[in-house]
Design a protein around this ligand. Structure first.
Ligand code: PLP
Length: 324
């Protein structure tokens, strides 16, 4: 039996409370305030979405699952033939320095490698000099804290399907968001909070920046293919296993999601976010359910205890600690 708990919503992670003036970027070898970071207009990342990126977060001054994010970034770079030009330990130290310079404890750290610019007249991606950049900004929930208590109402996008995986491999984190953005416009226009895209076979794929998890009588179920392998989804699967709740990756038909006892989305920006309605109809009770609540509360409790946390200070070279 799952005991009843109250959802412990991290109210301090609201955009209204965040100080974005502290956000710091690293680009072309220099640290600058994020508001001053610029990309040349002829960078192929901008022109052709020819880039990859990853987003890790810090919690109370420590990176959460940094190694997993670095693994995924390296795999994305290798798959897309991008070379950020930074060995892994230098990359980790650089991300730590960004957080340190921001002076923030709870941050989102975005890091990217674009194809960069090719010599004038060349369209050959092999001739481009790849560009690495990164920034640290305050961590804010992907929705407002009060939305977390009520949960999201998502619509399933029936007309716009997720880009086929054999065209753009979703496992390599990318910015080919044309499908998401079109579907999001339709969802917002129709009054929904967000959209969920189906794959070419009509099964649930993912949404703009998140994976989708159904909680059924058999436990958690998340899409196993045609999606980014979300680190937050893996985290919830691991926490569930520790709590004795089954979880698996498989085929998630939209009907299973609609008929689930509970559902949530997962993303680095929130861990999980309750999904309480689908196309306006309640999922289960239409409120964040007991499994969702337990997973989220355990997630925060564990992070507070340092679970899978790498202190930012442990990655900083002694000389580069913030002077101010
Ligand atoms: N799916 C897509 C398309 C995403 O962009 C993201 C995150 O940005 C996710 C899923 C969730 O991944 P993670 O939990 O690693 O943040």
């Amino acid at each position: 039996m799952v005991s009843e708990e109250t959802l412990e919503v991290p109210d301090h992670l609201s955009a209204a409370q965040a100080d974005f003036s502290r956000a710091v970027a690293f680009i072309d070898g220099t640290f600058v305030p994020l508001s001053e970071a610029r990309i040349p207009v002829r960078d192929f990342g901008l022109m052709y979405a020819d880039m990859t990126y990853d987003v890790v977060h810090t919690w109370r001054g420590g990176f959460f699952r940094l190694e997993d994010h670095l693994d995924r970034f390296e795999a994305s770079c290798a798959g897309l033939r991008l070379a950020p030009g930074l060995p892994r330990n230098a990359l980790a130290a650089l991300l730590a320095e960004l957080v340190d310079r921001s002076g923030l404890a709870d941050t989102l750290v975005y890091f990217a490698c674009t194809r960069g610019q090719a010599p004038p007249g060349s369209r050959d991606p092999r001739t481009a000099a790849n560009r690495f950049f990164a920034y640290a900004q305050p961590l804010v929930l992907r929705g407002q804290p009060d939305e977390m208590r009520r949960g999201l109402d998502a619509t399933i996008s029936r007309d716009i399907r997720r880009i086929p995986a054999n065209s753009v491999n979703p496992v390599w984190k990318n910015t080919h968001w044309g499908d998401f953005t079109r579907a999001l416009f339709l969802a917002k226009d129709a009054g929904f909070d967000t959209t969920i895209l189906l794959d070419q076979e009509g099964n649930v794929a993912e949404g703009p920046g998140f994976n989708v998890v159904a909680v059924t009588r058999e436990g958690l179920l998340a899409a196993e293919a045609g999606v980014l392998e979300g680190i937050s989804c893996r985290t919830m699967m691991e926490i569930a296993a520790d709590l004795g709740i089954a979880g698996r990756y498989g085929t998630l038909a939209p009907e299973i999601l609609a008929a689930a006892d509970e559902a949530f989305i997962t993303s680095t920006s929130c861990g999980l976010f309750p999904l309480t309605r689908l196309d306006g109809a309640p999922i289960g009770s239409g409120r964040p359910g007991p499994v969702t609540t337990r997973l989220l509360n355990t997630y925060y409790r564990r992070k507070n205890e340092g679970w899978r946390i790498t202190p930012v200070a442990s990655l900083l070279p002694n000389t580069s600690r913030r002077a101010s």
